[in-house]
Design a protein around this ligand. Structure first.
Ligand code: IPD
Ligand code: CA
Length: 276
């Protein structure tokens, strides 16, 4: 029979171990001193700090005697223990590595646990803001919490007043610009903070009102945990056409999405994007 695992305390231990492992490296984490150590499974250059954070997560799970399949932005897909298909653990060890290496205090670790290699099978999630010490968690059917306090998304419906995150970090900006122009023209406060898992948690807890990434570049490893947190908080996340987000949990799989605090603002955003 499958062993019942109480995942949240274990994910908290993973977070603590990541913090412990990366703290000594933070002093020397400036870009010039941190060479790239090859290309990760997700297609981006790997830094020592990404590797250490991933090791900290794996080490914690192995120490607990858990069998699992790891789906990581750095190492790709790897099996641990005798029954690796019992649990799937999708991680972005450090989301926002560029922020971290440039000293910008906005980066996170992101861990999602699922029963299958599919986004909609994620049942437990943690995103931890490592520089501010804030932790976002969710359990399927159990709500979403920020440092143990239930999260409530914003009720903002005015696009003019809303704070909307848009990731325009792509060489193909021209290709997606037309979909976004009408929306940008109607919104006073556009942001991109550089760690998308955390920016999705900002929508979940009412800090911002929406976050949009239609580049076709973001990996499921960055999104899996925040996907559950957004939904459990009662916010929305769909494709740019308003369809449910479906994806394989694989470092090579890419997603496009619109996440919003409430249905009214979501519909306004989708309709302005359609205009483009
Ligand atoms: C990056 C961040 C960033 C986004 C990039 C991602 P990483 O994650 O989420 O905001 O623009 O596309 O790759 O590489 O630091 O894990
Ligand atoms: Ca990363």
């Amino acid at each position: 029979m499958k062993k019942e695992i109480s995942w949240l305390p274990i994910l908290i231990q993973c977070r603590d171990n990541v913090k412990r492992r990366i703290t000594p490296l933070l002093k020397t984490a400036k870009k010039q001193q941190q060479p790239n150590l090859g290309i990760g499974a997700g297609g981006d250059p790997i830094k020592q700090i990404d590797i250490e954070a991933e090791k900290a997560i794996v080490e914690t799970l192995v120490r607990q005697g858990i069998s699992f399949t790891l789906i990581s932005e750095e190492s790709g897909i790897k099996e641990y223990g005798g029954k690796p298909d019992e649990n799937y653990v999708t991680v972005d060890p450090i989301d926002g590595t560029t922020n971290l290496t440039r000293g910008i205090p906005f980066y996170a670790t992101s861990i999602a646990v699922s029963t299958k290699l599919e986004l909609n099978a994620v049942h437990t999630a943690l995103v931890a803001d490592l520089s501010h010490g804030t932790t976002y968690t969710a359990k399927k059917g159990g709500g979403a919490y920020r440092d143990g306090k239930k999260m409530v998304p914003s009720k903002q419906t005015s696009l003019e007043e809303a704070v909307i995150g848009i990731d325009l970090n792509t060489y193909k900006a021209r290709e997606i610009a037309s979909c976004l122009t009408s929306l940008i023209e109607k919104t006073k406060h556009i942001r991109h903070l550089g760690a998308n898992a955390l920016e999705l948690c900002y929508v979940a807890d009412g800090t911002t009102d929406a976050f949009i990434d239609i580049r076709g570049k973001l990996r499921t490893t960055d999104t899996a945990a925040a996907w559950l947190i957004i939904r459990e908080a009662g916010a929305l996340i769909t494709t740019p056409n308003g369809k449910p987000l479906e994806a394989k949990l694989d470092p090579k799989e890419r997603l496009t999405f619109v996440a919003s605090a409430n249905l009214q603002i979501h519909e306004k955003i989708l309709s302005l994007m359609k205009e483009g």
